[in-house]
Ligand binder design. Structure first.
Ligand code: SF4
Ligand code: SF4
Length: 723
């Protein structure tokens, strides 16, 4: 058996050390000049340019750096695929020391949609072959499935009649002559990144449920014999007799063709051993101290390494096996996903205590492949039988060995938080700020007298809070509630799906929860009067119009009340469309200008901008025209406000009979001539509350004062003014 580690001479070692130093120095310089070399470089807009409708690119996930793709054809179907930059997930250094970067997209079944070269520094593709062969190489991924084992061969099309491609679980990519090593790194990069996403998002191995990959527990280093390791599971074994193999081929073209096996049915056909070497106890016991040290020193890429040996008639490698390559007989998989198991060019010396072996080699899988060494692996041996001499018919059968080293050798990090909880964690500060603001608003609405009795104080508070609503809630934390959430919820419920998606938007959920509670206590106006960013924007436009002395239009109350039905009509149309014409409904939802004015800050195509700006302009002449007559979300709020349990805006017997002061001042026409408050039209500006409590502005108080009487909520009393 050959040893693969030549001992370097002193001068050779010095040269290597010097080269390493220079390489590190150059990498340092490169890093200083190009600090973002290992990070993705595309924005959402860059990704969007690459995908045409019906596909749409959604916001980048926080759990894993990937953009979900949704389809107009499946509005409720969730992501139909994911697109991601390989450098974010599998930054495997190329020959120049810098990882290549590919834009990879996979569909929800694990089929590659596309692989596009974004950046590469491989010398062979820079000055030699040029990038064209590499670009062509990566086009081959489209349509192939991640669950397949990917092999690379020159002239793969010609090889396709060979044993590898007659198996559906394998696929062969046509390699690039003179760049075989580089395209292997490409393959590792593309597969490693895609497997990470497949595990996290496609449930292939559902890492989000089982947590990150286990790590080797340090400090466990027990001297064990081969037999002890076989007993305690540190070494996995698969033993097959000739009779068992014959049984595998029963009923196939391969049955009865193995004369030697038929003659000696109980003899060993294959006896396979596997041991995970990265755990020191196993590694030292299998390889011995010196050899283990050498193997791990050479494993600077931290690959997962296994010793795999075989005895019997059928070795784990065939006659065409080339050291450093893959064995056509061996495959490794975890949770149904194939891992590229590659020989490490290392043929260890005799294993103490092992039976006589026909093959004994080290195999490895890249650390970036997403393998979890603490969980069971499937090592499969493909047995091929040939029937006939000329153009033989090949039949394949596969047997698998499940290998799981003892759990005590590993540390199992806890499962990551679910994506929605991460979203809440990330928005912690924003939630806290919004929570304080909502608490302040609750206190003001629960005890409105102090703030409202002074008109200036109320004005400062109201304008300050509306500024917070517009700038912070609307434009900064993107907390504009929208009719789209209502119609989306209806569509999800109709499709039998839950409303879990709301959990991913904690700001909106907090606002929704607060608004629902406010319905019962204060009615519709808490949201519309204080928490709607577009409502706030209209209010500011109205104030500006007053400053500019623009004419203010009035509509007779009776007509205004009729027109207010418009928001219910729009709401009914949108709800009907959402339930029965969902695609058209999405367009109809654009009647709501929130996306244009708040979500994208008017950065949209001109018809949308013109519509939103037009509504604001009209609102400059007729106060809050959109809110009062059109807004479907306002309709929802008015309906929700009917849950209100309290008539909390104070009124006197004199309100409306005869006093019309508050009614005249209410900019929302929310006070009837009778003095009664129309809560579903009230925006809770608190102006009438201030007038009610202010002895200098409330007309009945002033009139009674002139008569030397005091008006209190309990009635009229003689004495000095004051309330
Ligand atoms: S009516 Fe519509 S736009 Fe106006 S405040 Fe209410 S939700 Fe906002
Ligand atoms: S003045 Fe009008 S809008 Fe303001 S709180 Fe009173 S009734 Fe509501």
């Amino acid at each position: 058996m050959e040893r693969q580690f030549p001992v370097a001479s002193h001068s050779h070692a010095t040269t290597i050390a010097l080269i390493r130093f220079l390489s590190v120095f150059c990498l340092f310089l490169t890093g200083a000049i190009f600090p973002a070399a290992d990070a993705g470089e595309l924005s959402k807009a860059d990704i969007e340019r690459r995908f045409e409708p019906p596909l749409h690119v959604q916001e980048k996930l926080s759990q894993i750096p990937a953009w979900p793709l949704t389809s107009e054809l499946e509005p409720e179907g969730g992501p139909v695929g994911y697109v991601f930059e390989s450098i974010d997930l599998a930054p495997i250094p190329g020959f120049e020391g810098t990882p290549m970067n590919f834009l990879v997209s996979i569909d929800r079944k694990g089929n590659f949609m596309n692989v596009e070269l974004l950046r590469q520094h491989e010398p062979v593709f820079l000055g030699g072959l040029g990038e064209a062969p590499l670009r062509e190489f990566v086009t081959q991924y489209a349509g192939r499935n991640l669950k397949q084992q990917f092999l690379i061969a020159l002239n793969a099309a010609r090889n396709r009649s060979g044993p590898a491609d007659s198996r559906r679980d394998q696929t062969t990519l046509d390699g690039v002559a003179k760049a075989t090593a580089s395209v292997r790194i490409v393959n590792q990069t593309v597969l490693g990144a895609a497997l990470e996403v497949a595990r996290a998002k496609l449930g292939f191995a559902d890492r989000s449920q089982r947590g990150p990959a286990a790590q080797v527990r340090p400090g466990i280093d027990e001297p064990l014999t081969f037999a002890e390791m076989l007993n305690n599971g540190m070494i996995g074994r698969l033993r097959l007799s000739n009779a068992e193999v014959e049984k595998l081929f029963a009923g196939t073209e391969g049955a009865g063709v193995d004369e030697e096996g038929l003659a000696r049915p109980e003899a060993v056909f294959a006896d396979i051993y596997i041991a995970y070497l990265n755990t020191p106890s196993i590694g030292r016991a299998i390889l011995g101290d010196a050899q283990y040290k050498a193997a791990m020193a050479r494993n600077f890429e931290n690959r997962h390494l296994w010793w795999i040996g075989s005895a019997g008639r059928y070795p784990i490698v065939d006659d065409n096996f080339v050291p450093g390559g893959q064995s056509s007989r061996l495959t490794m998989a975890q949770d149904g996903l194939f891992l590229e198991l590659r020989d490490q060019g290392f043929d260890p010396s005799a294993i103490v205590g092992a039976p006589e072996l026909n093959t004994s080699r080290l195999f490895g899988v890249y650390a970036e492949a997403g393998l979890d060494p603490g969980r069971p692996l499937d090592l499969s041996l493909t047995i091929t039988r040939a029937k006939g001499m000329i153009l033989p018919t090949l039949t394949h059968q596969t047997v698998s060995l499940k290998y799981a080293p003892p759990a005590r050798l590993f540390i199992y990090p806890p499962a990551p938080l679910p994506e929605w909880l991460l979203a809440w964690q990330q928005r912690g500060l924003d939630l806290a700020i919004l929570g304080v603001a909502l608490l302040l608003l609750s206190i003001v609405l629960a005890r409105p007298r102090w703030i409202s009795i002074d008109a200036r104080r109320l004005r400062i508070f109201r304008l300050g809070f509306l500024s917070f609503t517009l700038l912070y809630v609307g434009w900064y934390v993107q907390g504009q509630l929208s009719i789209v959430q209502v119609t989306g919820a209806l569509k999800a419920l109709k499709a039998g799906q839950g409303l879990a998606s709301f959990l991913y938007d904690p700001i909106s959920l907090l606002l929704i929860a607060f608004t629902l509670v406010s319905f019962v206590i204060w009615g519709r106006g808490t949201f519309c009067g204080w928490l709607c960013p577009f409502g706030a924007l209209q209010e500011f436009v109205g104030l500006l119009a007053r400053r500019l002395h623009l004419p203010r239009l009035h509509i007779p109350l009776a007509l205004a009340k009729r027109l207010e039905g418009g928001r219910y009509l729009v709401l009914a149309v949108l709800v009907g469309a959402a339930l029965f014409l969902p695609r058209q409904g999405e367009s109809l939802n654009e009647i709501e200008p929130f996306k244009t004015a708040i979500t994208v800050g008017f950065d949209r195509s001109w018809p949308f901008v013109a519509y939103a700006a037009g509504l604001l302009l009209v609102g400059a002449f007729y106060y809050k025209l959109f809110c009062r007559f059109i807004c479907p979300l306002g309709g929802v709020m008015s309906l929700g406000g009917r849950l209100r349990r309290f008539d909390w805006l104070p009124r006197r017997a004199e309100c409306g009979k005869p006093c019309q002061s508050c009614k005249a001042k209410c900019a929302y026409d929310a006070i009837e001539p009778s003095g009664e408050i129309r809560y579903d039209a009230c925006f809770q500006c608190l102006d009438c509350v201030g007038i009610y409590h202010d002895a200098k502005r409330c007309v009945p108080i002033l009139l009674y004062e002139k008569k030397g009487m005091v008006l209190t909520p309990k009635g009229v009393m003689r004495g000095a003014a004051g309330d």
